[in-house]
Ligand binder design. Structure first.
Ligand SMILES: [Fe+2]
Length: 272
């Protein structure tokens, strides 16, 4: 089974809130979708790990659904700190089996893999939180017997990246307890994230964890402390392709997509 992992599209219709976002992000997404749709062999499932839109407006999600329409792959999505949960849920209610309650969480089994969509958004804040209710939800799901591999989708990475700026606005609540939960889990488990606008891979409490890059803008590698605002850099954009075999193992490949070299919007705004 092939899985495409995208993140942090920050799509907008009117004008972006974010600093440095590329003005032609809709065109960029069209190119990425075309690349996924043409990939051989077919990509079975496309995962979007949050910040799907830049402002969370209804028309942003309408455009997103329109641009994703050429995909024959199954689409799974979760919100990020730039999304508005109510509009996100309304936009994806027809294809995602959201559970009752405020959080946008759900479980999907596809191609023998169990996907757990874990909502880390603390609306109104850039940083993420896993409150006791969300931790209890994912703990209960992980405790349920499942024969195949499990993939957890979450916008805010739970690990310490060493990039102080993003660690300061990372998962500020629940990461410790969630980490102990992951360490106790036995079986094939991996985590897909977004938020830091730079492709990153990590081993975290025994689980493989990857952050997909962003077509909206990407940030430089800065492992210095204290944190400074991230520098936006022109590094090639790639989404990840997971080639998963029947035994629960997988290899991960960056799939590069040429985007336009149009300059970024000079408008000031909030960060990643
Ligand atoms: Fe983002």
């Amino acid at each position: 089974m092939l899985i495409g992992h995208l993140s942090d599209i920050h799509l907008f219709v009117r004008k972006p809130d974010s600093t440095f976002i590329r003005p032609d992000i809709a065109d960029a997404l069209q190119r990425i979708v075309a690349d996924i749709a043409a990939f051989v062999p077919a990509i079975d499932i496309v995962v979007l790990t949050g910040d799907l839109t830049d402002c969370g407006a209804k028309e942003d999600y309408a455009l997103l659904r329109e641009l994703l329409a050429p995909l024959s792959a199954k689409v799974l999505a979760i919100p990020g700190n730039h999304d508005l949960r109510a509009n996100f849920r309304r936009a994806f209610n027809d294809i995602l089996p959201f559970e009752e309650g405020e959080s946008a969480q759900y479980e999907v089994v596809h191609g023998g893999t169990r996907f757990l969509a874990l909502d880390t958004v603390d609306e109104g804040n850039v940083a993420g939180r896993l409150c006791p209710q969300r931790l209890a939800w994912v703990e209960k799901k992980l405790a349920e017997p499942f024969a195949g591999p499990t993939t957890i989708l979450m916008h805010h990475p739970p690990n310490v990246s060493g990039i102080a700026f993003f660690d300061n606005i990372g998962l500020v609540e629940g990461a410790g307890e969630f980490g102990r939960m992951i360490a106790r889990h036995r079986g094939s488990l991996n985590i897909m994230c977004g938020h830091i606008h730079r492709p990153t891979q990590a081993l975290w409490n025994g689980a493989f964890l990857a952050v997909a890059g962003s077509p909206a803008f990407q940030t430089d590698l800065d492992l210095q402390v204290p944190a400074v605002d991230p520098t936006v850099v022109d590094i090639p954009y790639a989404y990840f392709v997971y080639n998963r075999t029947g035994d629960g193992n997988f290899s991960v490949h960056p799939r590069y997509v040429a985007l336009s070299d149009r300059t970024r919007s000079p408008c000031a705004g909030v960060g990643p």
